[in-house]
Ligand binder design. Structure first.
Ligand SMILES: Nc1ncnc2c1ncn2[C@@H]1O[C@H](COP(=O)(O)OP(=O)(O)OP(=O)(O)O)[C@@H](O)[C@H]1O
Ligand SMILES: CC(C)(CO)[C@@H](O)C(=O)NCCC(=O)O
Length: 306
């Protein structure tokens, strides 16, 4: 990893936590509760030491974008409207992207008090199961060809131009795209999270990365991510026990040994292959890399130099 990341500053957690100038007031009890509700185990120490400095950095990027838009407007002698600020978050399946994305949404909404902050996952841009079956891609769910990238690009350009947009929704419970769409109201800040957000598309004129004003890759060792995947699989099974409409319900009659074997197979044959071939190779497209230790604690931060 080290030689590959020569264009990054490697910052230890200790140094990083002292970069924050404490310009944001400390969190209130209610905000702390909201953060805890995202994930019981999320460490408040991490919020203070890692995420508040990160918010400070995002603030710098946002201000720079606003200044540049204004100056370009002056140059072109026309009024330029500030476009939504878009943050892309990528990393392996089960590395914890959605947990980090929800935390950032909360912290950004509190930093930019009048801003409307939306959060979208690219799971909704997966083809529905029936289409995947027709294309013989059901066991390739999550791989580049299983996403409707054109629709994802169209969504991002509509958001950049200030529109409200309806998008499809994916459910981990039904393991498929849901019948109803979700409305994304024109945001000031959009966080888009997904394994594929730094990947190229067939549309050679536009790259998803071009839409990002800030980008984050969440990193951890393969063995840790596998463990988190297996733990989440167990949680999903637990939730499915009483719910016959849940995709995982069919597995609840299997023995613990059998389910573990099945989850390990899916990790090894699908998600690990996808990580090695298509997700990790996009890591160096991120502005910031957050590296987690075995207990989800951020231990290293990499910030792009050029
Ligand atoms: N900070 C954290 N502390 C404790 N557990 C966490 C933390 N972040 C994530 N987890 C756990 O790790 C697992 C994966 O997290 P999450 O579902 O957020 O991953 P993801 O990257 O969004 O996955 P996917 O791409 O499959 O949607 C979950 O079981 C989650 O509860
Ligand atoms: C929906 C994705 C692709 C990404 O979030 C992933 O969680 C997934 O379901 N992958 C397919 C293999 C599996 O069932 O784990």
């Amino acid at each position: 990893m080290e030689t590959e990341l020569i264009n990054y500053d490697k910052i230890t957690r200790h140094i990083w936590q002292n970069l924050y100038k404490k310009t944001l007031p400390t969190l209130t009890e209610k905000e702390l509760e909201n953060i805890k509700s995202i994930n019981d185990e999320i460490s408040l120490q991490d919020v203070n030491d890692v995420y508040l400095p990160l918010i400070q950095l995002i603030r710098i990027y946002k201000k720079t974008m606003t200044d540049l838009t204004f100056s370009k407007g002056l140059f072109l002698q026309k009024i330029a409207h500030t476009q939504p600020f878009i943050i892309g978050i990528s990393g392996s399946v089960a590395v914890g992207k959605s947990t980090i994305a929800r935390l950032l949404q909360l912290l950004l909404a509190r930093t930019f008090k009048t801003a409307h902050v939306e959060l979208v996952t690219t799971d909704g841009f997966l083809y529905p199961n029936q289409t995947l079956i027709d294309k013989k891609l059901l066991d390739r769910k999550g791989f580049p060809e299983s996403y409707d990238m054109e629709t994802l690009i169209t969504f991002l350009s509509e958001i950049k131009s200030g529109k409200d947009v309806e998008i499809p929704v994916y459910s981990h419970e039904t393991y498929d795209i849901l019948p109803d769409k979700e409305l994304v109201k024109s945001p000031d800040i959009l966080i888009i999270e997904g394994i594929n957000v730094f990947q190229s598309t067939h549309n050679k004129h536009l790259y998803i990365n071009d839409f990002f004003d800030f980008s984050i890759y969440v990193d951890a060792t393969e063995s840790n991510i596998e463990r988190w995947y297996l733990e989440r699989f167990k949680t999903l099974l637990e939730l499915a026990k009483k719910d016959t409409s849940n995709y995982y319900h069919q597995f609840t009659t299997l023995s613990q040994e059998e389910t573990l074997k099945m989850a390990k197979e899916t990790w090894k044959k699908v998600n690990l292959v996808n990580l090695r071939e298509f997700i990790e190779p996009t890591r160096s497209r991120a502005e910031v890399i957050l590296h987690k230790d075995k207990s989800h604690k951020i231990d290293k931060i990499y910030l792009k130099k050029y």
